[in-house]
Design a protein around this ligand. Structure first.
Ligand SMILES: NC(=O)c1ccc[n+]([C@@H]2O[C@H](COP(=O)([O-])OP(=O)(O)OC[C@H]3O[C@@H](n4cnc5c(N)ncnc54)[C@H](O)[C@@H]3O)[C@@H](O)[C@H]2O)c1
Length: 433
Protein backbone atom coordinates (compact mmCIF):
# COMPACT_ATOMS: atom_id res chain seq x y z
CA UNK A 1 0.00 0.00 0.00
CA UNK A 2 1.22 3.55 -0.72
CA UNK A 3 2.51 5.56 2.28
CA UNK A 4 -0.62 7.60 3.00
CA UNK A 5 -3.21 4.90 2.36
CA UNK A 6 -6.27 5.20 4.59
CA UNK A 7 -9.37 3.21 5.49
CA UNK A 8 -12.86 4.45 6.34
CA UNK A 9 -15.09 2.07 8.30
CA UNK A 10 -18.80 2.75 7.72
CA UNK A 11 -19.76 4.25 4.36
CA UNK A 12 -22.92 6.16 5.31
CA UNK A 13 -23.75 9.86 5.18
CA UNK A 14 -20.47 10.60 6.98
CA UNK A 15 -18.07 7.87 5.88
CA UNK A 16 -18.77 7.91 2.15
CA UNK A 17 -18.08 11.61 1.50
CA UNK A 18 -15.08 11.40 3.84
CA UNK A 19 -13.69 8.44 1.88
CA UNK A 20 -14.22 10.34 -1.37
CA UNK A 21 -12.44 13.47 -0.13
CA UNK A 22 -9.53 11.46 1.25
CA UNK A 23 -9.28 9.63 -2.08
CA UNK A 24 -9.47 12.89 -4.02
CA UNK A 25 -6.65 14.29 -1.89
CA UNK A 26 -4.46 11.47 -3.20
CA UNK A 27 -4.72 8.87 -0.42
CA UNK A 28 -5.45 5.35 -1.59
CA UNK A 29 -8.69 4.77 0.32
CA UNK A 30 -10.31 1.52 1.37
CA UNK A 31 -13.94 1.89 2.38
CA UNK A 32 -15.23 -0.87 4.66
CA UNK A 33 -18.94 -1.54 5.11
CA UNK A 34 -21.13 -4.53 5.96
CA UNK A 35 -23.83 -3.63 3.43
CA UNK A 36 -23.15 -5.59 0.20
CA UNK A 37 -25.63 -3.52 -1.86
CA UNK A 38 -23.86 -0.33 -0.81
CA UNK A 39 -20.47 -1.78 -1.71
CA UNK A 40 -21.76 -2.84 -5.15
CA UNK A 41 -23.29 0.58 -5.82
CA UNK A 42 -20.09 2.39 -4.84
CA UNK A 43 -17.89 0.03 -6.85
CA UNK A 44 -20.05 0.70 -9.91
CA UNK A 45 -19.14 4.37 -9.45
CA UNK A 46 -22.58 5.45 -8.24
CA UNK A 47 -23.77 7.07 -5.03
CA UNK A 48 -26.07 5.12 -2.71
CA UNK A 49 -27.30 8.50 -1.36
CA UNK A 50 -30.26 9.60 -3.48
CA UNK A 51 -31.03 13.13 -2.19
CA UNK A 52 -29.33 16.20 -3.67
CA UNK A 53 -25.65 16.09 -2.66
CA UNK A 54 -23.80 18.60 -4.80
CA UNK A 55 -20.59 17.12 -6.23
CA UNK A 56 -20.84 13.75 -4.52
CA UNK A 57 -22.07 11.55 -7.42
CA UNK A 58 -19.39 13.00 -9.73
CA UNK A 59 -16.66 12.57 -7.11
CA UNK A 60 -17.57 8.93 -6.42
CA UNK A 61 -17.53 8.17 -10.12
CA UNK A 62 -14.10 9.80 -10.48
CA UNK A 63 -12.30 8.31 -7.46
CA UNK A 64 -13.63 4.81 -8.13
CA UNK A 65 -12.68 5.03 -11.80
CA UNK A 66 -9.19 6.27 -10.87
CA UNK A 67 -8.79 3.32 -8.48
CA UNK A 68 -8.34 5.65 -5.50
CA UNK A 69 -11.44 4.39 -3.65
CA UNK A 70 -12.15 0.69 -3.22
CA UNK A 71 -15.13 -0.50 -1.16
CA UNK A 72 -15.01 -3.86 0.59
CA UNK A 73 -16.56 -5.80 3.45
CA UNK A 74 -13.15 -7.07 4.57
CA UNK A 75 -12.14 -5.26 7.76
CA UNK A 76 -8.72 -6.97 7.66
CA UNK A 77 -7.76 -4.51 4.90
CA UNK A 78 -7.29 -1.86 7.58
CA UNK A 79 -4.04 -3.47 8.68
CA UNK A 80 -2.39 -2.20 5.47
CA UNK A 81 -3.12 1.53 5.86
CA UNK A 82 -1.64 4.46 7.78
CA UNK A 83 -4.89 5.87 9.19
CA UNK A 84 -8.31 4.40 9.99
CA UNK A 85 -11.43 6.57 10.24
CA UNK A 86 -14.41 5.10 12.11
CA UNK A 87 -17.76 6.49 10.95
CA UNK A 88 -20.38 4.02 12.10
CA UNK A 89 -23.74 4.76 13.57
CA UNK A 90 -24.11 5.52 17.32
CA UNK A 91 -27.89 5.54 17.83
CA UNK A 92 -30.01 5.91 20.95
CA UNK A 93 -32.76 3.51 22.01
CA UNK A 94 -35.23 4.67 24.65
CA UNK A 95 -33.08 7.76 25.17
CA UNK A 96 -29.99 5.67 26.01
CA UNK A 97 -26.95 5.15 23.75
CA UNK A 98 -26.69 1.90 21.85
CA UNK A 99 -22.98 1.48 21.09
CA UNK A 100 -23.25 -2.12 19.88
CA UNK A 101 -22.11 -1.32 16.33
CA UNK A 102 -19.28 0.92 17.47
CA UNK A 103 -18.01 -1.65 19.98
CA UNK A 104 -18.11 -4.38 17.36
CA UNK A 105 -16.10 -2.24 14.97
CA UNK A 106 -13.60 -1.24 17.68
CA UNK A 107 -13.00 -4.92 18.52
CA UNK A 108 -12.36 -5.70 14.86
CA UNK A 109 -10.17 -2.65 14.40
CA UNK A 110 -8.26 -3.60 17.55
CA UNK A 111 -7.61 -7.09 16.18
CA UNK A 112 -6.17 -5.67 12.97
CA UNK A 113 -4.30 -2.50 13.86
CA UNK A 114 -0.56 -2.25 13.62
CA UNK A 115 2.01 -0.13 15.44
CA UNK A 116 2.27 3.43 14.14
CA UNK A 117 -1.26 3.68 12.76
CA UNK A 118 -3.69 6.50 13.48
CA UNK A 119 -7.27 5.74 14.53
CA UNK A 120 -9.77 8.59 14.21
CA UNK A 121 -13.26 8.14 15.62
CA UNK A 122 -15.65 10.43 13.75
CA UNK A 123 -18.85 8.91 15.13
CA UNK A 124 -20.64 11.07 17.71
CA UNK A 125 -19.93 9.76 21.22
CA UNK A 126 -21.40 10.12 24.70
CA UNK A 127 -18.93 12.05 26.84
CA UNK A 128 -16.24 9.78 28.26
CA UNK A 129 -16.62 7.02 25.63
CA UNK A 130 -13.02 7.32 24.40
CA UNK A 131 -11.76 6.65 27.92
CA UNK A 132 -14.36 4.05 28.89
CA UNK A 133 -14.80 2.15 25.64
CA UNK A 134 -12.67 3.19 22.66
CA UNK A 135 -9.25 2.93 24.28
CA UNK A 136 -9.94 -0.28 26.27
CA UNK A 137 -11.37 -2.07 23.21
CA UNK A 138 -8.55 -0.98 20.90
CA UNK A 139 -5.83 -1.76 23.46
CA UNK A 140 -7.44 -4.98 24.71
CA UNK A 141 -7.80 -6.45 21.24
CA UNK A 142 -4.41 -5.35 19.92
CA UNK A 143 -2.05 -5.58 22.89
CA UNK A 144 -0.90 -2.10 21.84
CA UNK A 145 -1.01 1.12 23.87
CA UNK A 146 -2.83 4.26 22.71
CA UNK A 147 -0.46 7.19 22.44
CA UNK A 148 2.63 4.97 22.67
CA UNK A 149 2.02 2.38 19.91
CA UNK A 150 -0.81 3.90 17.92
CA UNK A 151 -2.32 7.37 17.68
CA UNK A 152 -5.91 8.15 18.57
CA UNK A 153 -8.07 11.16 17.82
CA UNK A 154 -11.75 11.94 18.07
CA UNK A 155 -12.72 14.31 15.28
CA UNK A 156 -16.51 14.53 15.42
CA UNK A 157 -18.23 15.14 12.12
CA UNK A 158 -20.27 18.30 11.54
CA UNK A 159 -22.00 17.62 8.22
CA UNK A 160 -25.63 18.13 7.25
CA UNK A 161 -27.25 15.98 4.58
CA UNK A 162 -27.60 18.09 1.44
CA UNK A 163 -24.24 19.75 2.11
CA UNK A 164 -22.08 16.74 2.92
CA UNK A 165 -19.02 17.51 0.80
CA UNK A 166 -19.10 21.28 1.31
CA UNK A 167 -19.46 20.94 5.09
CA UNK A 168 -16.73 18.34 5.24
CA UNK A 169 -14.03 20.46 3.67
CA UNK A 170 -15.41 23.90 4.55
CA UNK A 171 -16.37 23.71 8.23
CA UNK A 172 -13.91 24.11 11.12
CA UNK A 173 -13.18 20.88 12.99
CA UNK A 174 -12.57 19.92 16.59
CA UNK A 175 -9.65 17.53 16.87
CA UNK A 176 -9.33 15.82 20.24
CA UNK A 177 -6.28 13.64 20.79
CA UNK A 178 -5.04 11.16 23.34
CA UNK A 179 -1.68 12.97 23.14
CA UNK A 180 0.04 15.73 21.17
CA UNK A 181 1.58 13.27 18.70
CA UNK A 182 -1.90 11.94 17.88
CA UNK A 183 -3.17 15.47 17.28
CA UNK A 184 -0.20 16.14 15.00
CA UNK A 185 -0.90 13.00 12.98
CA UNK A 186 -4.63 13.72 12.86
CA UNK A 187 -3.95 17.26 11.67
CA UNK A 188 -1.70 15.87 8.93
CA UNK A 189 -4.50 13.70 7.48
CA UNK A 190 -7.36 16.18 8.00
CA UNK A 191 -5.36 19.03 6.48
CA UNK A 192 -5.30 17.08 3.24
CA UNK A 193 -8.92 17.99 2.59
CA UNK A 194 -10.26 20.29 5.36
CA UNK A 195 -9.77 23.88 4.22
CA UNK A 196 -11.00 25.40 7.50
CA UNK A 197 -9.33 25.68 10.90
CA UNK A 198 -8.70 22.58 13.05
CA UNK A 199 -9.09 23.09 16.79
CA UNK A 200 -6.83 20.78 18.80
CA UNK A 201 -8.10 19.70 22.20
CA UNK A 202 -8.39 16.70 24.52
CA UNK A 203 -10.68 13.72 23.86
CA UNK A 204 -13.30 14.60 26.49
CA UNK A 205 -13.70 18.20 25.34
CA UNK A 206 -14.12 16.98 21.76
CA UNK A 207 -16.80 14.51 22.85
CA UNK A 208 -18.75 17.04 24.92
CA UNK A 209 -18.50 19.82 22.33
CA UNK A 210 -20.05 17.70 19.58
CA UNK A 211 -23.15 16.64 21.48
CA UNK A 212 -23.42 20.07 23.15
CA UNK A 213 -23.42 21.87 19.79
CA UNK A 214 -26.30 19.71 18.57
CA UNK A 215 -28.17 19.96 21.86
CA UNK A 216 -27.83 23.75 21.60
CA UNK A 217 -29.40 23.73 18.15
CA UNK A 218 -32.20 21.50 19.40
CA UNK A 219 -32.91 23.98 22.21
CA UNK A 220 -32.93 26.90 19.76
CA UNK A 221 -35.41 25.11 17.49
CA UNK A 222 -37.57 24.20 20.50
CA UNK A 223 -37.71 27.87 21.46
CA UNK A 224 -38.88 28.79 17.96
CA UNK A 225 -41.47 26.02 18.12
CA UNK A 226 -42.74 27.26 21.46
CA UNK A 227 -43.14 30.79 20.06
CA UNK A 228 -45.00 29.23 17.09
CA UNK A 229 -47.44 27.46 19.42
CA UNK A 230 -47.89 30.69 21.33
CA UNK A 231 -48.59 32.59 18.10
CA UNK A 232 -51.20 30.01 17.15
CA UNK A 233 -52.88 30.58 20.53
CA UNK A 234 -52.65 34.37 20.21
CA UNK A 235 -53.69 34.55 16.57
CA UNK A 236 -50.28 35.86 15.47
CA UNK A 237 -47.85 34.80 12.76
CA UNK A 238 -44.64 33.27 14.12
CA UNK A 239 -42.76 33.91 10.89
CA UNK A 240 -43.49 37.64 10.97
CA UNK A 241 -42.59 37.62 14.68
CA UNK A 242 -39.31 35.85 13.90
CA UNK A 243 -38.49 38.40 11.19
CA UNK A 244 -39.04 41.22 13.66
CA UNK A 245 -37.13 39.55 16.52
CA UNK A 246 -34.16 39.06 14.25
CA UNK A 247 -34.00 42.76 13.38
CA UNK A 248 -32.65 43.21 16.92
CA UNK A 249 -28.87 42.78 17.15
CA UNK A 250 -27.47 39.42 18.38
CA UNK A 251 -30.79 37.59 18.06
CA UNK A 252 -31.04 34.47 15.95
CA UNK A 253 -34.51 33.07 16.41
CA UNK A 254 -34.69 29.80 14.51
CA UNK A 255 -37.39 28.60 12.12
CA UNK A 256 -40.31 26.76 13.69
CA UNK A 257 -41.79 23.74 11.95
CA UNK A 258 -43.21 20.27 12.01
CA UNK A 259 -40.43 18.81 14.11
CA UNK A 260 -36.77 17.86 14.25
CA UNK A 261 -35.62 14.76 12.46
CA UNK A 262 -32.49 13.19 11.07
CA UNK A 263 -29.90 11.04 12.64
CA UNK A 264 -28.26 13.53 14.97
CA UNK A 265 -30.39 16.23 16.61
CA UNK A 266 -33.02 13.88 18.06
CA UNK A 267 -30.37 11.77 19.75
CA UNK A 268 -27.38 13.93 20.62
CA UNK A 269 -28.94 15.58 23.70
CA UNK A 270 -29.60 12.07 25.05
CA UNK A 271 -26.05 10.94 24.21
CA UNK A 272 -24.72 13.92 26.15
CA UNK A 273 -27.05 13.54 29.15
CA UNK A 274 -26.52 9.77 29.37
CA UNK A 275 -22.91 10.49 30.31
CA UNK A 276 -23.95 12.00 33.66
CA UNK A 277 -27.05 10.12 34.84
CA UNK A 278 -26.98 11.82 38.26
CA UNK A 279 -27.14 15.26 36.67
CA UNK A 280 -30.70 16.60 36.52
CA UNK A 281 -30.82 18.58 33.28
CA UNK A 282 -33.86 20.75 32.65
CA UNK A 283 -33.48 22.70 29.41
CA UNK A 284 -32.39 19.92 27.07
CA UNK A 285 -35.10 17.40 28.02
CA UNK A 286 -37.73 20.17 27.79
CA UNK A 287 -36.49 21.06 24.31
CA UNK A 288 -36.66 17.41 23.26
CA UNK A 289 -40.24 17.20 24.55
CA UNK A 290 -41.33 20.23 22.54
CA UNK A 291 -39.60 19.10 19.35
CA UNK A 292 -40.93 15.56 19.70
CA UNK A 293 -44.44 16.93 20.18
CA UNK A 294 -44.47 19.07 17.01
CA UNK A 295 -45.34 16.31 14.49
CA UNK A 296 -48.16 15.17 16.79
CA UNK A 297 -49.35 18.78 16.87
CA UNK A 298 -49.24 18.94 13.06
CA UNK A 299 -51.24 15.71 12.76
CA UNK A 300 -53.88 17.07 15.17
CA UNK A 301 -53.98 20.37 13.30
CA UNK A 302 -54.64 18.43 10.10
CA UNK A 303 -57.25 16.21 11.70
CA UNK A 304 -59.13 19.15 13.24
CA UNK A 305 -59.07 20.99 9.89
CA UNK A 306 -60.26 17.92 8.01
CA UNK A 307 -63.11 17.32 10.44
CA UNK A 308 -64.22 20.92 10.06
CA UNK A 309 -64.09 20.75 6.28
CA UNK A 310 -65.50 17.41 5.13
CA UNK A 311 -68.90 15.91 5.82
CA UNK A 312 -69.01 13.77 8.92
CA UNK A 313 -69.01 10.02 8.46
CA UNK A 314 -66.88 9.86 5.33
CA UNK A 315 -63.33 8.54 5.70
CA UNK A 316 -60.95 11.23 4.50
CA UNK A 317 -58.03 10.77 2.16
CA UNK A 318 -54.92 12.64 3.26
CA UNK A 319 -51.74 13.22 1.27
CA UNK A 320 -48.60 13.49 3.41
CA UNK A 321 -46.12 15.58 1.44
CA UNK A 322 -42.53 14.67 2.23
CA UNK A 323 -41.18 11.57 3.94
CA UNK A 324 -37.54 12.67 4.33
CA UNK A 325 -36.79 14.80 7.39
CA UNK A 326 -34.90 17.42 5.40
CA UNK A 327 -35.43 19.45 2.25
CA UNK A 328 -34.26 17.68 -0.91
CA UNK A 329 -32.82 14.74 1.03
CA UNK A 330 -33.71 11.06 0.97
CA UNK A 331 -32.86 10.66 4.68
CA UNK A 332 -35.95 9.44 6.56
CA UNK A 333 -34.28 8.79 9.90
CA UNK A 334 -36.49 10.09 12.74
CA UNK A 335 -38.52 12.01 10.19
CA UNK A 336 -41.52 13.93 11.61
CA UNK A 337 -43.53 12.48 8.70
CA UNK A 338 -43.29 9.05 10.25
CA UNK A 339 -45.01 10.37 13.39
CA UNK A 340 -47.66 12.21 11.38
CA UNK A 341 -48.41 9.05 9.39
CA UNK A 342 -48.55 6.93 12.52
CA UNK A 343 -50.97 9.36 14.19
CA UNK A 344 -53.36 9.47 11.24
CA UNK A 345 -53.15 6.03 9.65
CA UNK A 346 -56.11 4.55 11.54
CA UNK A 347 -58.31 7.57 10.95
CA UNK A 348 -57.78 8.31 7.25
CA UNK A 349 -56.63 6.78 3.96
CA UNK A 350 -53.10 8.03 3.52
CA UNK A 351 -50.69 8.38 0.64
CA UNK A 352 -47.22 9.81 1.00
CA UNK A 353 -45.25 11.71 -1.59
CA UNK A 354 -41.51 12.20 -1.69
CA UNK A 355 -39.35 13.06 -4.70
CA UNK A 356 -36.22 11.47 -3.24
CA UNK A 357 -37.06 8.55 -0.96
CA UNK A 358 -36.82 5.28 -2.85
CA UNK A 359 -37.69 2.48 -0.47
CA UNK A 360 -41.36 1.50 -0.14
CA UNK A 361 -43.18 2.69 2.95
CA UNK A 362 -46.08 1.41 5.07
CA UNK A 363 -48.48 3.64 3.13
CA UNK A 364 -48.31 4.04 -0.67
CA UNK A 365 -45.31 6.16 -1.61
CA UNK A 366 -46.01 8.09 -4.80
CA UNK A 367 -43.52 9.86 -7.04
CA UNK A 368 -45.84 12.15 -8.98
CA UNK A 369 -46.81 15.10 -6.83
CA UNK A 370 -50.25 15.59 -8.43
CA UNK A 371 -50.85 11.82 -8.34
CA UNK A 372 -50.43 11.98 -4.57
CA UNK A 373 -52.78 14.97 -4.30
CA UNK A 374 -55.46 13.45 -6.56
CA UNK A 375 -58.70 12.92 -4.61
CA UNK A 376 -57.16 14.14 -1.33
CA UNK A 377 -59.20 15.97 1.30
CA UNK A 378 -56.08 17.45 2.83
CA UNK A 379 -52.42 17.93 1.89
CA UNK A 380 -50.10 18.03 4.88
CA UNK A 381 -46.72 19.51 4.01
CA UNK A 382 -44.22 18.03 6.45
CA UNK A 383 -41.00 18.56 4.46
CA UNK A 384 -40.05 21.68 2.47
CA UNK A 385 -38.73 19.94 -0.64
CA UNK A 386 -38.05 22.47 -3.42
CA UNK A 387 -40.68 20.78 -5.60
CA UNK A 388 -43.37 22.00 -3.18
CA UNK A 389 -42.38 25.66 -3.48
CA UNK A 390 -43.33 25.70 -7.14
CA UNK A 391 -46.62 23.79 -7.05
CA UNK A 392 -49.28 25.00 -9.44
CA UNK A 393 -52.12 25.95 -7.06
CA UNK A 394 -54.75 25.81 -9.83
CA UNK A 395 -53.70 22.29 -10.79
CA UNK A 396 -53.58 21.32 -7.14
CA UNK A 397 -57.09 22.61 -6.55
CA UNK A 398 -58.31 20.77 -9.64
CA UNK A 399 -56.98 17.37 -8.52
CA UNK A 400 -57.80 17.55 -4.79
CA UNK A 401 -61.27 16.49 -3.62
CA UNK A 402 -61.19 19.09 -0.85
CA UNK A 403 -58.83 22.06 -1.19
CA UNK A 404 -57.25 22.02 2.27
CA UNK A 405 -53.58 22.73 2.96
CA UNK A 406 -51.93 22.08 6.31
CA UNK A 407 -48.50 23.61 6.24
CA UNK A 408 -45.80 22.37 8.60
CA UNK A 409 -42.96 24.29 6.92
CA UNK A 410 -44.24 27.75 6.02
CA UNK A 411 -44.22 26.81 2.34
CA UNK A 412 -47.32 28.78 1.39
CA UNK A 413 -48.45 32.34 1.85
CA UNK A 414 -51.73 31.93 3.71
CA UNK A 415 -53.56 34.81 2.05
CA UNK A 416 -52.42 33.74 -1.46
CA UNK A 417 -53.72 30.20 -1.06
CA UNK A 418 -56.94 31.38 0.63
CA UNK A 419 -57.54 33.73 -2.33
CA UNK A 420 -57.24 30.68 -4.58
CA UNK A 421 -60.03 29.00 -2.62
CA UNK A 422 -58.03 26.75 -0.29
CA UNK A 423 -58.66 26.32 3.40
CA UNK A 424 -55.34 26.75 5.17
CA UNK A 425 -53.75 26.05 8.55
CA UNK A 426 -50.08 26.10 9.40
CA UNK A 427 -47.58 25.71 12.21
CA UNK A 428 -47.07 29.11 13.81
CA UNK A 429 -49.90 30.67 11.84
CA UNK A 430 -52.67 32.10 13.96
CA UNK A 431 -55.67 33.71 12.29
CA UNK A 432 -53.55 36.47 10.77
CA UNK A 433 -50.93 34.00 9.47
N1 LIG B 1 -25.72 11.90 9.24
C1 LIG B 1 -25.20 13.05 9.62
O1 LIG B 1 -25.53 14.09 9.07
C2 LIG B 1 -24.16 13.12 10.72
C3 LIG B 1 -23.59 14.35 11.02
C4 LIG B 1 -22.64 14.44 12.02
C5 LIG B 1 -22.28 13.30 12.73
N2 LIG B 1 -22.87 12.11 12.44
C6 LIG B 1 -22.45 10.95 13.23
O2 LIG B 1 -21.64 10.12 12.41
C7 LIG B 1 -21.88 8.74 12.69
C8 LIG B 1 -22.31 8.02 11.43
O3 LIG B 1 -23.52 8.57 10.98
P1 LIG B 1 -24.09 8.30 9.52
O4 LIG B 1 -25.22 9.23 9.35
O5 LIG B 1 -23.00 8.30 8.51
O6 LIG B 1 -24.62 6.80 9.73
P2 LIG B 1 -25.11 5.82 8.58
O7 LIG B 1 -26.07 4.88 9.22
O8 LIG B 1 -25.53 6.60 7.37
O9 LIG B 1 -23.79 5.04 8.17
C9 LIG B 1 -23.22 4.04 8.94
C10 LIG B 1 -22.63 3.02 7.99
O10 LIG B 1 -21.93 2.07 8.78
C11 LIG B 1 -22.16 0.78 8.22
N3 LIG B 1 -21.89 -0.24 9.22
C12 LIG B 1 -22.70 -0.69 10.22
N4 LIG B 1 -22.08 -1.65 10.93
C13 LIG B 1 -20.85 -1.79 10.39
C14 LIG B 1 -19.74 -2.63 10.68
N5 LIG B 1 -19.78 -3.50 11.67
N6 LIG B 1 -18.65 -2.51 9.90
C15 LIG B 1 -18.60 -1.63 8.87
N7 LIG B 1 -19.61 -0.81 8.55
C16 LIG B 1 -20.73 -0.89 9.30
C17 LIG B 1 -23.60 0.84 7.75
O11 LIG B 1 -23.89 -0.17 6.80
C18 LIG B 1 -23.68 2.25 7.18
O12 LIG B 1 -23.33 2.27 5.82
C19 LIG B 1 -22.93 8.72 13.81
O13 LIG B 1 -22.29 8.64 15.05
C20 LIG B 1 -23.60 10.07 13.66
O14 LIG B 1 -24.15 10.49 14.89
C21 LIG B 1 -23.78 11.99 11.45
Amino acid sequence: MPKDAVAVVGLGYVGLPLACLLAESGSHTTGVDIDPAKIRTIMSGRSPIVGEEPGLPELIEKVVKDGLLVATDNIKEISKVAAIFICVDTPVRDRMPDLTILKDVLRNVGKNIKKGQLVSVESTLPAGTCASTVIPLLEGNSGLKAGRDFSLVHCPERVMPGKLLGNMWGVERVLGGVDSQSIKKGAYFYSKFVKAELHPTDLLSAEISKTAENAYRDVQIAFANEVALLCEALGGDAFEVRRLVNTSPYRDMHIPGSGVGGHCLPKDSWLLLSSAPEFKAKVMPAARDINEMMPHHLAEMAWTSVKKTISSGSRPKIAVMGLAFLKNSDDTRNSPSIVVIDDLKDRADLVVHDPFVKEPYIVPLLRGVYDALRGADCAIFVTDHSAYQSLDLDEMKKVMRTPLIVDGRNIFNASDVRKKGFKYAGIGKGRSG
